[in-house]
Design a protein around this ligand. Structure first.
Ligand code: GMT
Length: 377
């Protein structure tokens, strides 16, 4: 198949999943065309089956706001027409699904038919989507997609509750990519031999509750020798740094920024924190588990579908920093239990096997293509 993938190119989960999916599809023999405004950060392979098409936005002075959706739509029309794509898979509803729908209508006028699939990743529904202003366009583009997928059952229920959806929603969870490279990271650069390492990875947005990570750490570090690594960057960073100063944990906290080898750094850690307000899936937690790091997370959204309480880690109420600290100490002060949880975390992560999950997308592509061909005949 010739597949077009529209994505955000950044470190955000939706872009990572879309990129890894495309890489895997190419490995399975499909031709994949990535379409975005910037080269996707995880597109670190070369393959004669992978293509990248950049959307350029006009900066004509009249445009106070550059018309990205129109540029994307025009790019889609051009690529679908020229590359003769069989199916388009857009990640994130705004503005990718609506651009896909307009491109589809333009091409229909020329006698070209292409189905498109929309994958909802969470923030498009739970945050952006709840702004009533966006509701009509999100509802319309979901209903006009030939197929819709969500990354968790919880996100499916959120979507059904908040939008008037006529389409069936398929749940296809995120997956872990096997990491083939042998890690060479030196743990000594991050901690003393007798110190435990705690870690958090995110885009430091409010929804991630970074302050809870720092507060939990301040409760823990007086009881055990430990350091905290914070991977990522974003709007809450300055506040987080102030809080570390207030709580006197600066010397034990390492803000390493947005790094390419995040999973490698996580792999040398003992415990991962994801106390988010809401999380449709929690790819960062799954990636931590895949390298044997148990997770203390909140129990909202899709997190209970990923992190199993008292097995791959612990689930706590949002904002319950006392229980988070208590559970973390329970693991960190009992080496045997911690080692058992490390193994269990890896085992749980393996359920999100890339091959099986990518095959579910392939089956869906085939289904929508066949359905569309049947309507033409
Ligand atoms: O978490 C973010 O802020 C980034 C966001 C995105 O759209 O890239 O992540 C969402 O999609 C990920 C991949 O499906 C999920 O693992 C994250 O849980 C989800 N984030 C939220 O729901 C807050």
């Amino acid at each position: 198949m010739k597949i077009g993938i529209v994505l955000y190119p950044t470190y955000g989960g939706s872009g990572i999943v879309a990129t890894e999916l495309g890489k895997s599809l190419a490995e399975k023999g499909h031709e994949v065309h990535f379409i975005s405004y910037k080269f996707p950060v995880r597109l670190n392979v070369s393959s004669n089956r992978i293509f990248y098409h950049e959307v350029r936005v006009s900066n004509y002075p009249l445009f106070h706001y550059p018309p990205y959706e129109s540029s994307l739509t025009s790019k889609l029309v051009d690529i679908i027409r020229f590359e003769k794509l069989d199916v388009l898979h857009v990640h994130y509803a705004i503005p990718h699904a609506s651009a896909a729908r307009t491109a589809q209508q333009i091409l229909k006028e020329e006698g070209i038919q292409i189905p498109f699939i929309t994958t909802l990743h969470g923030t498009d529904i739970t945050l952006v989507g709840k702004d009533p202003f966006f509701k009509p366009i999100i509802t319309f583009s979901i209903n006009k997609s030939e197929a819709v997928t969500t990354v968790s059952e919880s996100l499916k229920q959120d979507t059904l509750q908040n939008f008037d959806i006529k389409n069936e929603i398929h749940v296809i969870p995120n997956f872990i990519t096997p990491s083939n490279e042998a890690y060479t990271i030196n743990r000594d650069h991050y901690a003393e031999k007798d110190e435990l390492l705690l870690v958090h990875v995110s885009n430091f947005r409010k929804v991630k509750r970074l302050e809870d990570v720092i507060k939990v750490f301040s409760k823990i570090h007086t009881k055990i020798k430990a350091k905290l690594i914070l991977i990522g960057d974003g709007p809450e960073r300055a506040k987080a740094e102030m809080l570390c100063r207030e709580l006197g944990t600066c010397s034990k906290t390492n803000f390493v920024g947005t790094i390419n080898n995040a999973r490698e750094v996580v792999s040398i850690c003992d415990l991962f924190f994801l106390p988010s307000e809401t999380e449709s899936f929690g790819l960062a937690a799954l990636e931590a588990m895949s390298v044997g790091v148990p997770v203390i997370s909140s129990n909202t959204g899709g997190l209970p579908e990923v992190n199993i309480d008292n097995y791959s880690g612990y689930l706590c109420d949002v904002g319950d920093i006392n229980t988070m600290a208590e559970k973390a100490l329970h693991l960190l002060q009992n080496k045997e239990v911690l080692d058992q949880f490390k193994q269990q975390a890896k085992f749980q992560a393996n359920k999100f096997n890339q091959d099986k999950i990518v095959d579910q997308y392939i089956a869906l592509y085939k289904e929508v293509i066949q359905k569309q061909q049947a309507t033409i005949l």
